[in-house]
Design a protein around this ligand. Structure first.
Ligand SMILES: Nc1ncnc2c1ncn2[C@@H]1O[C@H](COP(=O)(O)OP(=O)(O)OP(=O)(O)O)[C@@H](O)[C@H]1O
Ligand SMILES: [Mg+2]
Length: 251
């Protein structure tokens, strides 16, 4: 069976002596499927994304486009993923916006001039073509997030792992980026707290709580009601209401 991303019994921890942050997760994402990864702060969303590119040590099996992740395949797997970090600063390396985005193509073996030409359409799609010669570190957070997203999309990877892509965007930007993501053929796993954005983009909604997948919804209305209900659960940010206790009121 074709799969874009598969976790089988995956646990991950940052240091050997630490307890697991994600615990025996099994999850399969089909080619083209767009999956929202919901969960409260500290539930393990970013860690789950990091594990798929080998940024945190893990036990169990992860495969990307049916290629098992190991030290030997890590480079190949990273080339098949467009990754957006939650803090876009973390992935911006070059002094100009154009060079930064073009580098994604250069590291895949495309010559510099060709790479610089090939990034222009994605920059236009993201409305950052006028920023080409700017220093990425002198942009607003939202502009920087668009630059980082351009880097994730430019090579047309079959899988996108996006950590809070709407976090710094204004309402116009959110709608633009949502439309852009929906138009992509890639499978995606999107860590987010933004249920409206998730509903606009995704066709599947997974909830992580304390490093465990607790819910997996196909129905956006059920997912939204469940997610909004969490804000009303008293006493503990770690306490999840069961899906069966969904209320009919919206946020
Ligand atoms: N670099 C790190 N070293 C050690 N522990 C870490 C590190 N990064 C995260 N953790 C721990 O892993 C757990 C899960 O963190 P993670 O960043 O995956 O959560 P998250 O769901 O992405 O949260 P948020 O919604 O705040 O982004 C937290 O308890 C956190 O303290
Ligand atoms: Mg996070």
């Amino acid at each position: 069976m074709k799969s874009a991303l598969a976790y089988h019994n995956v646990s991950a921890r940052y240091r050997k002596e630490d307890p697991a942050v994600i615990k025996r997760i099994s999850l399969d994402i089909a080619p083209g499927e767009r999956v929202a990864l919901l969960g409260l702060n500290g539930s393990g969303k970013t860690t789950l994304l990091y594990s798929a590119v080998g940024l945190v040590p893990f036990d169990g099996d992860i495969s990307v486009c049916n290629v098992p992740l190991s030290k030997a395949t890590e480079r190949q797997i990273r080339d098949s993923i467009g990754f957006l970090f939650g803090i876009p600063d973390d992935q911006i390396l070059f002094p100009s916006v154009l060079d930064d985005i073009a580098f994604t193509l250069e590291r895949r073996g495309i010559a510099r001039d060709e790479a610089r030409q090939n990034v222009l359409p994605v920059m236009e799609m993201l409305g950052i073509e006028k920023l080409a010669s700017h220093s990425p570190h002198r942009l607003s957070h939202g502009q920087m997030q668009r630059v980082a997203l351009a880097g994730a999309l430019v090579a047309n990877p079959p899988l996108l792992l996006l950590d809070e892509p709407s976090a710094a965007l204004d309402p116009v930007g959110k709608e633009e980026i949502a439309g852009l993501l929906v138009s992509q053929k890639a499978a995606m796993l999107i860590a987010t707290h933004d249920i409206d954005f998730a509903r606009r983009v995704c066709n599947r909604f997974i909830v992580l709580a304390n490093g465990i997948v607790t819910e997996d919804f196909a129905d956006p209305d059920r997912a939204a009601r469940y997610w909004c209900q969490q804000a009303k659960v008293k006493n503990s940010a770690k306490q999840y209401a069961p899906a069966t206790a969904l209320l009919h009121d919206e946020c």
